[in-house]
Design a protein around this ligand. Sequence first.
Ligand code: AMP
Length: 502
Amino acid sequence: MNDPTSLSGGDRAPDAASTLPAIAAASADAGPPRTTFADLGLSEPVLRAVADAGYLHPTPIQEQAIPVVLMGRDVLGCAQTGTGKTASFTLPMLDIMQSGRARARMPRALILEPTRELAAQVADNFVKYAKYLRFDYALIIGGESMADQIARLNRGVDVLIATPGRLIDLFERGGLLLTDVRVLVIDEADRMLDMGFIPDVERIVSLLPRMRQTLFFSATMPPEIKRLADAFLHNPRQITVAPPASVAPTVAQHLVVVREHDKREALRRLLRSEDVKNALVFCNRKRDVGVLHRSLLRHGFNAGMLHGDMPQPKRTETLERFKAEEIKILVCSDVAARGIDIGGLSHVFNFDVPMHAEDYVHRIGRTGRAGLSGRAFTLATVEDDEALAAIEKLIGRPIPRIQVEGLDPVSLDVLERRERTDRRRRRSPARPADASERPGRRPRERRPAEPAGKEPRAQGRTEPRIGASDHERGAEDKVVGFGGTVPDFMRLPTRRPTRSGR
Ligand code: AMP
């Protein structure tokens, strides 16, 4: 958890046990003076804990949010995980909470998180930053003993860190009063939306006092989220730190197009040929997480799995073992792995092309942090053409294609093929439409994929092999699939993939 990340702006001391003078010295050396945590108005015990964590400078979200939160204003933060956003609200909250004590079953602050893992991670942050303060928190998440949680609440806690479902359960059983909550944090709001938690969140907010400070964070701001923010926030300071579509340049991206039945073999070959220190392997569906995990174990890989249907103690144990590097490969679903902070992750594999383009950015953003290089591989079949087009549109460039040695190459030109077909159809509208075509729907390419070589290839579209030398790899990263130009079809509006089947 205390690992360096791709925090643009935030730095860490080489040794995590650095002190405040070390931070001051580092800033003095670094040419133009840079903001320090002390400049932001945080108290001395919090600054000491930050120094112990080894942070030299605040990240942009911290620099902008901390003074605003300390002033008591609402914040609307558009920031993804990995930007240091957790500290941007936990640090000032600790200072705000220093005056006053919590009463039994009446927390003074509430943090809502979409998943148990994220909630646990925020709790770890409080432990880390509150080490020089008297401060109590309770983690209210499903899958763990409610009796223990009630007992903790009865002792009086300053901050509740909760997932919405369990919080409502506890409230309905009378284990909790929310009338003392003065600070509310809604974290990862867009993920709450994806997971169907918004009605629960609205209900919870309706139970809170109207006079409160609200901090609202979301990686993306679709209209539904904006509407919620408008309803919950009062004159917020809007802070946007990184465009949601950005992928760190330290992540080398690769796309492998394979036949559906070759996907597992392709993954195994990649896992063997790459220098994998630790890897997340994402599947779109929970049941596929289990299937792939079993398959990897059968083939002798050191793998674990993480998905939302697993019992919480098992989820926690698996994550701890992965972080301790006892498990090398973690097969996971988006929801379970969302926002999980794993240090120095070397690889991310998308066993499935994510159905939402933003998830691609989130997934591969787990690697290539803190200036370390990371490698991301996406396995796609020709059926993934629409989802891929949406991803490439979002990230603004094609993902470099590669081939896995020993596997039948599949034509990577499916997108261009479809475009050519569309163009032909546009030119001869009298031609009867394909039987599979429905009004208002873009025709889908149904032809089986051709082996590479049968199709004439655009210049510069040679796919380097995995297992190729670093020199070849260097060249491969320059291949941008379409010879560096964005073809017209990529500018066409794409149909948004449906959310079913996740
Ligand atoms: P978050 O975006 O909150 O998930 O934070 C990601 C990681 O960045 C965590 O491991 C934090 O410990 C770390 N971090 C937070 N703030 C800083 C900072 N100012 N400098 C260096 N690392 C930081």
